[in-house]
Design a protein. Structure first.
Length: 99
């Protein structure tokens, strides 16, 4: 997969350095992946969820959420947001995931 928007991750890591290792593992695995659908993603990330047009990954256990948009045809993952669990629970991020 081609990952677009890594700057979003890098900026988040500056504020939350404890998540660096977990996000780097996700980047490495995703870069090597050739996912065709959410079912294939869940073979590696069992708690990934499709929410509207977004795919949400749990990062570092249940502490952070990575909000992405995936175009399976072009093999592109666009990083939309990285959120703490508290920010995620506010659900404001869902507006960008409407169909």
């Amino acid at each position: 997969m081609n990952i677009i928007g890594l700057v979003v991750i890098n900026l988040f890591i500056e504020q939350h350095p404890d998540v660096r290792s977990s996000l780097n593992v996700w980047i490495k695995a995703t870069s090597k992946a050739r996912w065709k659908n959410i079912i294939e993603i869940r073979q590696i990330y069992s708690h990934a969820d499709a929410v509207g047009t977004c795919t949400v990954f749990n990062i570092k256990g249940n502490h952070y959420r990575l909000i992405t948009k995936i175009n399976y045809r072009t093999q592109t993952v666009s990083i939309e947001k990285v959120l703490t669990h508290a920010e995620y629970d506010k659900a404001k991020w869902k507006k960008g995931c409407d169909r």
